[in-house]
Ligand binder design. Structure first.
Ligand code: ADP
Ligand code: ZN
Length: 599
């Protein structure tokens, strides 16, 4: 067992080129080598693939990896082959020659890892093939797809427990990045006969900077954010298909390389855009959540939300697509009351069981609370996932501070406006009322005669809107279930109205988050000579093109940065650099040494 682990560490360095395990990896690898069935919940980018890839090259048998998306599989197979590992995928996207080779690889037991989509395994021939050759381990990636509670339910995943039976009960390893307890328990119950060992690995992604802003002019806010990351790859998530086109158009108009991506596009165009994003540097994808699990690009430097995500889970997943290489990455999420209404309506009209809807509403509430947080966002986010932490120093509230003031009186004004009008109105009308604006609707309802009319004249409309959002986030007021956007006052809100309890509100901070980035980016490359780094990137681009793989399959950014900083002159020196394993050294080492010695 310990010797196995010693061997694992050696292979980690020699095959994968990594100096050490990342947090959580070692204990999982040890459990895999000990033959345990396990469910590992690890955040995106924490390196879960390695936890099954490393054992796969140690044992004798075949590791069958179930993965929901062809693009993802193809990418993993590329990466493994570049490391000199025998891996292949079985899928309908391959030509029949490739699939024949793969089958031969299975029968003569040459393959270590075989990737397949679940629907493929429903085929009788495939099953017969695998039974004949023997499967030592069944690896289930994106395991939350088996649960209706998850956000990516795939009915085909329900057949996997049966598949394990048909394959003679191999060891089962399930991996997912979805955190919440409901989904977790459901996954364990659906995939395993007896309860598996569960690894719940830290959810913090300290390299991600978190920031959220109320929407003012979403287009301009997004544009400014993207401009601050000129030349870097990034994703801008949008709530609707039309918005992706708009945002892509807007960014392209400002000179960025921006492309749309959504499920309504023709399959070819979609694949083309995804390929460009995956392979080239500096492409911005304006996408709906359809652009999700298929992306396995480690060097996405930023993720923005032009609209509020659907739940706190999706927020976490989506920002998690940035900075998977562990280098600093930036996120910005915009939100407004219209977004919240839209998301609520989406939940209510989805036709799911009531219990399910309630869960979704709670997840959305948690996200709204995060938007209007008075203190460190990461603390609140991690708290949602059951972790405690100190203030992070890498979110907008830690960096720019959130100024709080005693807003009890304002809260009382807002809530009495809601009650005096019979809890039948939304923010726009209530703000008119508070500010004493005699609109047609105010006149029609006779609201100018109410005592609350004009009691909030001294504050501008946006400050009042922020107040409503914050009262909502604090659970003092709530939106009606129908999604029309009428406010009502909750029991704790009524307490505040009766003078029991005080309310702290946040002074809205806007757009201060942008400044610091420059210095941080400079810090990333400070030791590396910029010209040399550019040369190494050009070389990587050429080699990747020749090998027909994405650039990071040759070497990730971090490797090039280390090369530029340390300037090794021998193959041995090069082998010490992060990400340089045997196979890549043999294939590309000489070319990089040549580039490094050029002056
Ligand atoms: P995910 O958990 O999202 O599946 P991946 O398995 O794709 O993440 O890993 C994310 C990145 O981390 C990859 O670029 C991978 O090569 C890198 N990585 C994994 N393990 C290590 C390690 N021990 N040391 C350094 N980098 C690692
Ligand atoms: Zn913080």
């Amino acid at each position: 067992m310990t010797t196995d682990l010693g061997e694992a560490r050696r292979l980690l360095a020699s095959v994968f080129g990594f100096a050490a395990f990342r947090p959580g990896q070692e204990e999982i690898v040890a459990a895999v080598l000990a033959g345990e069935n396990l469910l590992a919940i690890m955040p995106t980018g924490s390196g879960k693939s390695l936890c099954y890839q490393l054992p796969a090259i140690m044992g004798r048998g075949l590791s069958l990896v179930i993965s929901p998306l062809i693009a993802l599989m193809r990418d993993q197979v590329h990466q493994l082959r570049a490391l000199g590992i025998e891996a292949a995928s079985l899928n309908s996207g391959n030509d029949s020659g490739t699939n024949r080779d793969t089958i031969a690889g299975v029968t003569d037991r040459r393959l270590r890892l075989l990737y397949a989509a679940p629907e493929r395994l429903a085929q009788k021939e495939t099953l017969a093939l695998l039974r004949g050759a023997g499967v030592a381990r069944l690896v289930i990636d994106e395991a939350h797809c088996v649960s209706q509670w998850g956000h990516d339910f795939r009915p085909e995943y329900l057949g996997l427990a049966r598949l394990a039976e048909d394959l003679g009960r191999p060891q089962i390893l399930a991996f997912t990045a979805t955190a919440d307890a409901t989904t977790r328990a459901d996954v364990a119950a659906k995939l395993f006969g007896a309860p598996p060992l569960v690894f719940l690995h830290g959810f913090d992604r300290p390299n991600l900077r978190l920031a959220m802003q109320p929407k003012r002019n979403a287009g301009r806010q997004i544009e400014r954010f993207v401009k601050d990351h000129q030349g870097a790859s990034g994703i801008v998530y949008c709530a609707t298909r039309r918005r992706t086109e708009e945002v892509a158009g807007l960014l392209a108009g400002e000179g960025h390389r921006a492309l749309p991506y959504h499920a309504g596009m023709e399959a070819d165009a979609r694949r083309r855009n995804q390929d460009v994003f995956q392979r080239e540097d500096g492409v911005v994808m304006a996408a709906t959540i359809a652009f999700g699990m298929g992306i396995d690009k480690p060097d996405v430097r930023f993720v923005a939300h032009a609209d509020l995500p659907g739940t706190i889970e999706s927020y976490y997943q989506e920002i998690g697509r940035a900075g998977r290489d562990g280098l600093p990455a930036d996120t910005l999420t915009l939100y407004g009351l219209a977004d919240i209404r839209f998301r609520r309506m989406q939940i209510d009209t989805r036709g799911a069981p009531d219990e399910h809807k309630r869960v979704e509403h709670r997840r959305l509430d948690a996200l709204v609370a995060l938007c209007e947080a008075p203190r460190c966002r990461r603390q609140i986010l991690l708290h949602y996932f059951g972790e405690t932490s100190d203030a992070c120093g890498n979110c907008d509230l830690c960096l720019d501070g959130a100024e709080l003031y005693d807003g009890t009186v304002e809260a009382q004004k807002a809530m009495s406006a809601i009650l005096r009008t019979g809890e039948r109105f939304g923010t726009v009308h209530l703000v008119h009322l508070l500010r004493g604006e005699e609109t047609e609707k105010i006149t029609r309802y006779g609201h100018a005669r109410l005592p609350t009319f004009g009691v909030g004249r001294e504050r501008d409309a946006e400050t009042w809107r922020a107040t409503f959002r914050q009262l909502y986030a604090a659970g003092l007021i709530a939106l009606d279930d129908g999604g029309i956007g009428c406010w009502h006052v909750t029991p704790s809100g009524r307490d505040v109205l009766r003078g029991r309890g005080r309310v702290s509100l946040r002074i809205a901070t806007m757009a201060k988050t942008v400044k610091r980035k420059r210095t941080r980016e400079a810090a990333v490359t400070h030791s590396a000579d910029a010209d040399l780094l550019a040369r190494l990137k050009a070389l990587r681009h050429a080699l990747a093109k020749a090998a027909n793989v994405p650039a990071y399959v040759v070497f990730p950014d971090r490797t090039l940065e280390e090369m530029a900083a340390r300037r090794p002159t021998t193959l041995e020196g090069l082998a010490e650099i992060h990400g340089v394993g045997r196979a890549k050294l043999a294939r590309w080492g000489a070319a990089f040494l040549a580039a490094l010695s050029e002056e």
